[in-house]
Design a protein around this ligand. Sequence first.
Ligand SMILES: Nc1ncnc2c1ncn2[C@@H]1O[C@H](COP(=O)(O)OP(=O)(O)OP(=O)(O)O)[C@@H](O)[C@H]1O
Ligand SMILES: CC(C)(CO)[C@@H](O)C(=O)[O-]
Ligand code: BAL
Length: 352
Amino acid sequence: MATSSDLPKSSIPIFTTVKAYREWRRQAYTEKKSVGFVATMGALHEGHVSLVRRSLAENDLTVVSIFVNPAQFAPTEDLTTYPRTLQHDLQVLEATRHLDTAVPRTTAALFLPAVHEMYPSGITQNVTAQKGTFVEVKGYGQQMEGMSRPTFFRGVSTVVTKLFNIVEPTKTYFGQKDIQQALLLRRMVSDLLLSHPTPENLHIIPTSRDRKTSLALSSRNAYLSPAERELAAPTLYAALQEARRSWESGLPKSECIIRARELVRLRAEELAASSDKIEMRLDYIELNDPDTFEQLPDATTRVAYALDSAEGEYMKDRPVIVSGAMWVGKTRLIDNMVLGDVEKLGIAVDEP
Ligand SMILES: Nc1ncnc2c1ncn2[C@@H]1O[C@H](COP(=O)(O)OP(=O)(O)OP(=O)(O)O)[C@@H](O)[C@H]1O
Ligand SMILES: CC(C)(CO)[C@@H](O)C(=O)[O-]
Ligand code: BAL
């Protein structure tokens, strides 16, 4: 178990146990202070910072958690190599301040639990051998990312339920980069009738991107070599753009996907033949309904999709998610865009 002497020095209070955190939370209740919460796995970057900034602006107190959750990694995935950069993360949080209030705000608490604190009954990555209590949002975790990572959302829903039970946030913030995760968690909060947070208080913040290449910021980008990052990784965003253009020009979904795939195939050929010999492979690119996560039928066009709205009327800006995952060498990248009216999904568009 981490003791305070194992932890880097920080001006931000760090809680490693549920008990210690709860004492702190009780005080916040007594003082009637609102608590904003940002759940992370650490290796913080500007994407995380955008969530923390939003929380600092909208809450008296902001809590950040760092926990690399074994239950959401399949046995074949990168749990052991996942970047762990606590010292850097503390520096990032200390430097992230909100100055528009009488007293400037910075992160008020970091929750940094050990695995046994979060899984008192123990945890194995092998789902069939797991015992104890798990949370599953049935019917929503096997599409999109769930097709490639079938046990991922069970692990995420379980750990986030525990984190919400501990942190008891007034508001919480998730990134659009992991759009299915954010929407599925909002459904979970609604289905479980949680009060901290309520579904309305789960906010989705737009994806932060590299200014030059538009690559979605991600902790796993640290795995990329400079050549992979510059030359290959931005292809996923370019493929999503291609799908978007095709969809907006009226083509059927199947053709949008063919065009996006072709863009990746041609670029992958070029990179494999180049002196950098970069390997790049598309996992999937799809267009999905944001409510059900189901794939749009192949023949669906934008006009047909707008006509087929639940209200039985023409809904010009009916939102649709175009998302994808791509391997660059050993790194799996994901990204997405929401076409149509993003605000219908409750995605925040303006920075505070
Ligand atoms: N580029 C980004 N823009 C906005 N939010 C982001 C971005 N990247 C991550 N987030 C959000 O930060 C929260 C914590 O994510 P996490 O710690 O897994 O970082 P990550 O960069 O997504 O890591 P990974 O590389 O493992 O996907 C999640 O809600 C996630 O959606
Ligand atoms: C929400 C989360 C912190 C749960 O482990 C993780 O999936 C993430 O960082 O996106
Ligand atoms: N941001 C998602 C965490 C994961 O891929 O495990």
